[in-house]
Design a binder for this molecule. Sequence first.
Ligand code: ARG
Length: 273
Amino acid sequence: MARSRRATPRRYLMCPPAHFDVTYSINPWMDPTKPVDVPLAMAQWEQLREVYRSLGHTVEELEPLPGLPDMVFTANGATVADGRVFGARFAHPQREPEAEAHLEWFAEHGFAHLHVPVHINEGEGDFAVTASCLLAGRGFRTNPLSHGEAQEFLGRPVIGLELADPRFYHLDLALVVLDDDEDEIAYYPPAFSPGSREVLRRLFPDALVATEEDATSFGLNAVSDGLHVVLPQAAGGLYGPLRERGFEPVGVDVSELHRGGGSVKCCSLELRS
Ligand code: ARG
């Protein structure tokens, strides 16, 4: 029998895709020769914001800046836990200025504990907060040295995980925390090195194991409030397994943003107090 689940209200930071574009390629999903439909991206993004609001969550907004076409992917701008903000430092020069825009927003919005990072890390793209630890991706973007830096600042034990498939260049494309009270996750094992797969198997023996189709339809780039799992609507293969566990999948169409190599979770940075 599916166990009963409980949603808790969340607070997310989002950035409208006013300047969204694919003008460079820093992941295998990005093709700069294909034009981007900005009004469509905007309408889909507004729909995602509406879904969060209708579920009772608060959405804060970061002002989009011209010349930063990936700024819609706010999840990469920081990692926030217990009201403490561990800033990002981007791997590619094209995204570098986004880190400062995030830090400014946090400074202006009453976040007193801010850490400007020494080592490269792409925020929640590679850090996932669970009840007991911080799962931390490495291999493509985030420098392993930032794992220790995050542990020191956030005071949570870090479990480093090696990413092995360039399609899943960020941890949040291959793994999602479904229940952050009970340490329940879903992940796609082949996205990780053999050793990291073993670590995940030991730590999360009851995890929902996703298929390649789930992962390539960005199904793991999802956001959970403990009950509702907001995920790209094309990832239909995950709906059944999520329902069996007592979750309510909420599909949204953010297909235009997939051109940048990101989906639901990438557009949503959780502000944990
Ligand atoms: N084009 C962006 C990049 O390659 C997409 C970021 C997706 N964000 C995420 N949290 N996975 O950096």
